[in-house]
Ligand binder design. Structure first.
Ligand SMILES: [Zn+2]
Length: 116
């Protein structure tokens, strides 16, 4: 086990705070990549983010995050219980892009208080 204190990867500790959705998403991607894991987006909306395993029928993995007044916070986390083969051939970039697209959609749906 690597106990290096220099590891910048933020683990998905319940209660962890992120300044915004983008930082939350990036931190999750960094951690998932560092651990050699993968995830699927179950739900992403204005008030919550839910990730699950790509094989939810055989795996308990679940990570949820909710926006607070000034930050996003991880509110629950259950580790993967699936074989490591689940995570092969997974491209984080594709999922990130998908998340980002969803997020833009959320931004676009907010009240328009910026007049170009
Ligand atoms: Zn899994």
């Amino acid at each position: 086990m690597d106990l290096s204190t220099n590891n910048p990867v933020i683990m998905p500790v319940v209660g962890a705070r992120f300044s915004d959705f983008e930082e939350l998403r990036k931190s999750i991607d960094d951690w998932i990549l560092a651990e050699g894991l993968s995830y699927a987006v179950r739900r992403v909306e204005q008030r919550r983010l839910i990730l699950q395993c790509r094989k939810p029928d055989i795996c308990m993995f679940k990570l949820t995050a909710h926006p607070r007044a000034e930050y996003w916070q991880i509110t629950s986390y259950t580790p993967h219980t699936c074989p490591t083969t689940t995570h092969q051939k997974w491209r984080v970039a594709a999922s990130s892009k998908r998340l980002a697209v969803h997020h833009h959609g959320l931004v676009a749906s907010l009240p328009n208080n910026i007049q170009g």
